[in-house]
Write a protein that binds this ligand. Structure first.
Ligand code: UDX
Ligand code: UDX
Length: 469
């Protein structure tokens, strides 16, 4: 059997690498229109950082995993075609700012229709609005050669960046959505066999095509909703003296609630949560369900509010002006263990800080300087090679990403404190440091969802801060 995957991105490559590793008898080819990206996948420096991925790629590349920019040949040879192209939010036209832009899905589908000379199972892996498979079927049927048959399956991917490899190796579940026809069920069984090479059969669910498409949007919306819920509570904690970590722990111990996805933060980021909720909002509106749309829209509103609220706290603590002051950002990626910056809360924070006249220094262990400049549309930020360099001469540090190396057990915060302008402020947007301990060093510490920790000798602006909220 041969598998072809269109789209050599964050989803396509880790998924195919694991499929190839666990199915040595299957030849897997990942194709992409972006020649440079394909060359990077074929080199020693992979284009994305994902723990454990390089080891697997090194093991299977050239054996049964191949990268190619010859999209047509890949399609022709594969009997299963995964469609893993990106589906960004539309930037103009109907549904602008909400609806998913399906132009890449359509291009890929038209290509499959044109090139295929034998029957294919076409697998939707990209996150798509409900009923996209129907449009794909129309395109495939209209544009294909005679006697070529297609079966369309929905097989959404639930991997999270930074933990993609363990998520793929030990999935909670695999969803395979198909039409309830004989050939649809047969196609689903063929794909199930690929996953069954390493996943227990009872975790592979075959379900209705539309349920499968919607489940992906629903799962991401529910996860994001938990983060917005805990983040909304973090605002109450800061105002009352409650500690959001204690509240999350206390609630998470209830087995009906559970402990995961209750980590308060400066806001969620990443390529999926916002896009998928906007998509759900658009879908609800299209279905004339405005109350449902409004309900999910609130998850995004709280996320925007959380980022803005955090910067307001920074400005307020720094005597209500950032003009000319250096602020160091620890972390720029949207979460730890990835180089991905898509929708990273750090981008919004930096834009607010720059608008206030701050000078910013940024250190992230994995994100390249060029990417940061691109995200900020600004070249004035200093990109540093370590946390110490970023903090030197800064008035404040903001922990934007929860990289382990920023924990107080891994960095010499005394050395950092001594290199900063006094009084030195530390804003922990991920609640990862021991504020008590850093306060003893001399820092004025403000953590998300917690009261400020102010060294006893220093002047406190709590009154001023509480007034500004
Ligand atoms: C994926 C999903 O597909 C998206 O729907 C989901 O919401 C998030 O994860 P991702 O793998 O993160 O997207 O996207 P990206 O890293 O941008 O990779 C997509 C690749 O597809 C790019 O390398 C792009 O060059 C390629 N592509 C796009 C094609 O090969 N052909 C096209 O027509 C369009
Ligand atoms: C998400 C889904 O988890 C995954 O199943 C889906 O396939 C793609 O979208 P991803 O965006 O890669 O994965 O990472 P995730 O771990 O979900 O984190 C998303 C954002 O939420 C990050 O910015 C993260 O820092 C933030 N987050 C996560 C919190 O703020 N608090 C939490 O408790 C968890």
């Amino acid at each position: 059997m041969k598998i072809c995957c269109i789209g050599a991105g964050y989803v396509g490559v880790p998924t195919c690498a694991v499929i190839a590793l666990k199915n040595p008898q299957i030849e897997v080819t990942v194709v992409d229109v972006n020649q440079a990206r394909i060359e990077a996948w074929d080199s020693d420096k992979l284009p994305i950082y994902e723990p454990g991925l390089k080891e697997i790629v090194d093991e299977v590349r050239g054996k049964n995993l191949f990268f190619s920019s010859d999209v047509d040949q890949g399609i022709e040879k594969g009997s299963i075609i995964f469609v893993c192209v990106n589906t960004p939010t539309k930037l103009s036209g109907f549904g602008k700012g909400f609806s998913a832009d399906l132009k890449y899905i359509e291009t890929a589908t038209r290509r499959i229709a044109k090139v295929a000379k034998s029957d294919k199972i076409v697998v939707e892996k990209s996150t798509v609005p409900c009923k996209t498979a129907e449009s794909m079927r129309a395109i495939l049927q209209a544009g294909s050669q005679k006697d070529v048959h297609f079966n369309i399956l929905s097989n959404p991917e639930f991997l999270a960046e930074g933990t993609a490899i363990p998520n793929l190796l030990h999935p909670d579940r695999i969803l395979i959505g198909c039409l309830e026809t004989k050939s649809g069920m047969k196609a689903a069984a063929t794909l199930a066999d690929v996953y069954a090479a390493w996943t227990p059969r009872e975790q592979i669910l075959t379900l209705n095509l539309w349920s499968s498409e919607l489940s992906k949007l629903a799962a991401n919306a529910l996860l994001a909703q938990r983060i917005s819920s805990i983040n909304s509570l973090s605002a109450i904690c800061e105002a009352t003296g409650a500690n959001v970590n204690e509240v999350a722990n206390a609630c998470g111990l209830d087995s009906r609630i559970g402990p995961k996805f209750l980590q308060a933060s400066v806001g969620f980021g990443g390529s999926c949560f916002q896009k998928d909720i906007l998509n759900l909002v658009y879908l609800s509106e299209s279905l004339h369900l405005p109350e449902v749309a409004e309900y999910w829209r609130q998850v995004i509103s709280i996320n925007e509010y959380q980022k803005m609220r955090f910067v307001r706290r920074v400005v307020s603590c720094l005597f209500n002006t950032l003009d000319g002051k250096r602020v160091a950002l620890f972390g720029f990626a949207f979460k730890k263990d990835t180089s991905d910056t898509r929708e990273s809360p750090a981008i919004a924070l930096c834009k607010y800080l720059l608008a206030e006249g701050a000078k910013i220094s940024i250190y992230d262990p994995q994100v390249e300087a060029g990417q940061i400049y691109l995200d900020l549309s600004d070249k004035t930020a200093d990109i540093c090679t370590d946390a110490y360099g970023a903090a030197t001469n800064a008035h404040a540090i903001i922990i934007c990403t929860e990289w382990d190396e920023f924990k107080d057990t891994n960095l010499d915060y005394k050395k950092i404190y001594d290199s900063m302008v006094q009084p030195a402020f530390l804003f922990d947007g991920r609640s990862i440091i021991d504020s008590e301990r850093l306060c003893k060093i001399g820092f004025h510490v403000e953590s998300i969802g917690k009261e400020a920790k102010v060294p006893s000798s220093s002047f406190t602006h709590r009154h001023q801060i509480s007034q500004s909220f």
